[in-house]
Design a protein around this ligand. Sequence first.
Ligand SMILES: NC(=O)C1=CN([C@@H]2O[C@H](COP(=O)(O)OP(=O)(O)OC[C@H]3O[C@@H](n4cnc5c(N)ncnc54)[C@H](OP(=O)(O)O)[C@@H]3O)[C@@H](O)[C@H]2O)C=CC1
Ligand SMILES: O=C(O)CCC(=O)C(=O)O
Length: 468
Amino acid sequence: MSEYKFYDQVNKAFDRAAAYTKIEQGLLSQMKACNDVLHIQFPVEMDDGSIKVIDGYRVEHSHHKMPTKGGIRYSTMVNEDETMALAALMTYKCAVVDVPFGGAKGGIKIDPKKYSVTELERITRRYTFELYKKSFIGPGNDVPAPDMGSGAREMGWIFDTYRQLSNDINAEGCVTGKPVGQGGIRGRTEATGRGVYFGIKEACDSKEDMKELGLEKGIEGKTFIVQGLGNVGYHTAMYMIEAGAKMIGVAEFDGSIYNDRGIDLEDLMAYKKENNGGISGYDKASAMKSNNAVLEEECDILIPAALENQLTEMNAPKIKAKIIGEAANGPTTDKAHEIIKERGALIIPDNYLNAGGVTVSYFEWLKNIQHVRFGRMGKRFEENSYKKILSVIETISDRKFTEDELAVLAQGGGERELVDSGLEETMVNAYNEINELRKQHNVDLRTAAFISAINKVGFMYKGMGIFP
Ligand SMILES: NC(=O)C1=CN([C@@H]2O[C@H](COP(=O)(O)OP(=O)(O)OC[C@H]3O[C@@H](n4cnc5c(N)ncnc54)[C@H](OP(=O)(O)O)[C@@H]3O)[C@@H](O)[C@H]2O)C=CC1
Ligand SMILES: O=C(O)CCC(=O)C(=O)O
């Protein structure tokens, strides 16, 4: 296990922020506690007929809102402490972006690369069965989603297993991040990275805040370095580049690379695919001496998008980036946070910045329990209304719109457009809310995000009281 107890790190940030709230100590202790911690060990038959015992976890951190929500991580590093920390972060993250769920997280302690697809399916289905038996899954109680090492395919297996076991009419809402054909929503796969981009963009669009950092307003022209080109890292980089930023460094599990003229993301991804997921040997950038060395290079924005505890007191003094965009959960230890803050850099914290995933998961869950795709009822109606307005404009202005103009101007909101709009609205509003708190209390953005979360969860508890 890492020398940094992840759950302690989260609680340190919580305690720092709690001092700025008026919530009593007993209630603060209840907010920090993990309400249910499940550790299971279950057997799975391998392709060669042998039997393996697998460790699985699910932690429901807070039941102040139901269902609880959070991804399932497939990694050899999974353990109880990590799952508790990640579940706690889910509670605070949901509160920061006003997603009405309690926090949860799951983990299966395996290296998914070492198993065949059929073995992974058996592991996932048996894990789901265990969650079902123990009431740790269901659209009204606990709703998993993807995290490191898992994706839409695994969520599809979870949904199918759940619906075989239960005749719940809302079964589709038992898990999010599913393939679209199985009740998933368009835009969930890219949602976390898209949300990270919206959050960084909102920060960069503040002239006043950028001036404090000695930077120009806007994302365009800014350089960035990313750690981990998985789901979150790749989509973040893609949207940053689309907006005119330049990726000059990448760190992966097998090495790190740097090129101040920019690295072609798609070219690198194609190389990575051929190279078993690794970037070592990529010859269009310089190889650095270790897999984390590139994090210390000069850049405007550093985006850790892989693991927790990556910026520690060891490397924090050498980090030169002016903005740290925490796409991963818990990438910065408490001590590193203090060091980076002292230097005057802006840390955009995980419990706000990577909330795009759970936000779009919320939209997917709503779609599932409503049993109707967003846009299905209104899209045509909107389009017909816009066409009528445009036709009146044509009549009174003597101007004829081209087919292309009409296609753009008379477009109604389909599922993808509505998801994107809801995600942007959520990320922008939450940024401004926590940035206000940052200024009001003269604190950093992480502390501000925790103040926001603690006050919101505290407000729920005050209203509900403590049962019995
Ligand atoms: N998926 C989601 O919707 C959300 C994810 N997050 C967080 O984002 C982070 C990344 O998750 P996600 O993108 O889904 O996971 P993925 O499994 O898709 O990607 C993780 C990436 O990090 C790489 N990696 C692993 N170890 C290291 C290392 N030591 N140094 C550098 N890179 C490494 C992986 O390489 P390889 O695959 O070769 O091992 C992979 O490219 C996690 O902290 C997760 O909790 C947060 C919110 C939502
Ligand atoms: O989409 C979700 O429900 C949870 C995503 C997640 O695990 C996270 O935000 O860390």
